[in-house]
Design a protein around this ligand. Structure first.
Ligand code: GAR
Length: 218
């Protein structure tokens, strides 16, 4: 009999390519998490169709139909609870969350951000990295804290910034890395190998010493 797998809900607002990477990783028999719900705040989010095709439950909680942020979040929370979610993965979920919602999922909610945090929080990360001329850019998976794009870091991957880069070419290079580190981070967290200790995440796995641009190593 296979071990109990952690029940994970993924929150999206659009394309859902990171959601897809998580769903594909979770197909492996030894993956410690199962994707039980894909929830979107945008009814037309492209990613919903993929999730449905995979036979995964989907839900739409349209923020525009609620009088305020609190009622929107309470509805999301009820939906997550109804499905028995144990961990939440934000994957291109483009709504700011209140401290109340973040507190419901303290140490149980991950986010992926297209930059090497704490640099370039917020939007337009690739444009800003190019404008400032940095030579190394990347992506971060972190536990969600109340401040935007903040919280203990689980995994990061770095990409070179090349002379001819546009925001689009750089975004594409970083996105490939996002698709590697999000499944890796979820595997570590769901498998109990990544634990929050204050502002840091301790990785309790017997991985090789840091050697590459992706850390922890897959
Ligand atoms: C991803 O690049 C993700 O890192 C970013 O939105 C994109 C969603 O793409 N998230 C943020 O900027 C959050 N601050 P996807 O829907 O194809 O996964």
């Amino acid at each position: 009999m296979s071990a109990k797998r952690l029940r994970v809900a993924i929150l999206i607002s659009g394309r859902g390519s990171n959601m897809r990477a998580l769903v594909e990783a979770a197909r492996a028999e030894d993956f410690p998490a199962e994707i039980i719900l894909v929830l979107s705040n945008v009814p037309a989010a492209e990613g919903l169709a993929f999730a449905k095709d995979q036979g995964i439950a989907t839900a739409v909680v349209d923020h525009r139909t609620f009088a305020d942020r609190e009622r929107f979040e309470r509805d999301m929370q009820a939906t997550l609870q109804k499905h028995g979610a144990e961990l939440v993965c934000l994957a291109g979920f483009m709504r700011l969350l209140t401290p109340w919602f973040v507190e419901q999922w303290r140490d149980r909610m991950l986010n992926i951000h297209p930059a090497l945090l704490p640099s370039y929080r917020g939007l337009h990360t690739h444009e800003r990295a190019l404008a400032e001329g940095v030579k190394i850019h990347g992506a971060t998976v972190h536990f969600v804290a109340p401040a935007m794009d903040a919280g203990p870091i689980v995994a990061q991957a770095a990409a070179p910034v090349l002379d001819g880069d546009t925001p689009e070419t750089l975004a594409a290079r970083v996105l490939k890395l996002e698709h590697q580190i999000y499944p890796l981070a979820l595997k570590l967290v769901a498998g109990g190998l990544a634990r929050v200790e204050g502002a840091r995440v301790r990785i309790a796995s017997e991985q090789a010493a840091p050697a590459g641009l992706v850390w922890p190593q897959a």
